[in-house]
Ligand binder design. Sequence first.
Ligand SMILES: Nc1ncnc2c1ncn2[C@@H]1O[C@H](COP(=O)(O)OP(=O)(O)O)[C@@H](O)[C@H]1O
Ligand SMILES: O=c1ccn([C@@H]2O[C@H](COP(=O)(O)O)[C@@H](O)[C@H]2O)c(=O)[nH]1
Length: 308
Amino acid sequence: MVIINTTNESVMSTLLLRCRVAAHCASKSVRNFYTFKKMTDKTLDYTTTNGLESKTPFLIGVAGGTASGKSTVCQRIVEKLGQQHKEQTERRVVCISQDSFYRTLSPSERLRAERGQFNFDHPDAFDDKKLLATLKDILLGKKVEVPEYDYIANSISTNRSHTIYPADVVLIEGILVFYFPEVRDLFHMKLFVDTDSDTRLARRVPRDIMERGRDLEQVLNQYMNFVKPAFEEFCLPTKKFADVIIPRGADNFVAIDLIVHHIWDIMYKKRPAPTIKVTNGTCKPHSEADEAASARRLSGSSEDTLSR
Ligand SMILES: Nc1ncnc2c1ncn2[C@@H]1O[C@H](COP(=O)(O)OP(=O)(O)O)[C@@H](O)[C@H]1O
Ligand SMILES: O=c1ccn([C@@H]2O[C@H](COP(=O)(O)O)[C@@H](O)[C@H]2O)c(=O)[nH]1
């Protein structure tokens, strides 16, 4: 099942069209409809010659609970667009984690974090101003430096960072990427990875023990005291802002294919990419369609959902 929210009409109409075409192809036994055309060096020249108005990247927010598969979904999208083996400087699709925007903790908060008593799932744990400024720079086509997050030290790494070069598509994933209104309004497309909480906990426990240096008791305490209540209070209510909800995360091949096709259309169709004008430090959608979508978003008409 793919759940499509009616918030963003351009996303919705493309996806609905694809659903119809896919159904038609299936009924006619047409094969390989979803065989995705990988980017080639020839098509890589395209943006320089297709008359795009600007190099404003297409910004995609990917939200969802902890261990829902946000990073894995982003990874699949990058792979399907044939970008995973490209040099950083050559990549046309790049991913950033919201974890790189955790704020610096005070000494007492640091002590609490070491004991598993700091709430990393609360919006206050993030430096949303820095996240906003970075995304605005990305939309202006600037090169930005994004630090790596060190989950063992519970802080941003001081010596490891990634240079994000101007790209066509930028994915930013994190538990609260739709929480901050100014950040949320910058996204051209919003995805919510909707994986059930038992599955998420079953994934988080081994991941935190094996990759994030925690013990079982600490992981379960943190989950019960902070992660689960904060998910319900801050993350889950942002699902209504999503244009596309992806049940089962990376296992949902159909949803990922539809999204990849949509991104592919954005990147290669001969029409201007959605552009963002930055005036007085505020980013505004450029096209009339985007403005209309934005107005609908602000008027809160995002509750209707279609499903199949
Ligand atoms: N569809 C899936 N099936 C099995 N394991 C998965 C799946 N998606 C993610 N995982 C595993 O679950 C853990 C969390 O996934 P990840 O993509 O990092 O989630 P998030 O970014 O939402 O925290 C990782 O260990 C990942 O390998
Ligand atoms: O120092 C930290 C920082 C974050 N966390 C936990 O990480 C998840 C968010 O990352 P996901 O990849 O989306 O799971 C969040 O639930 C925090 O609890 C942490 O444990 N320690």
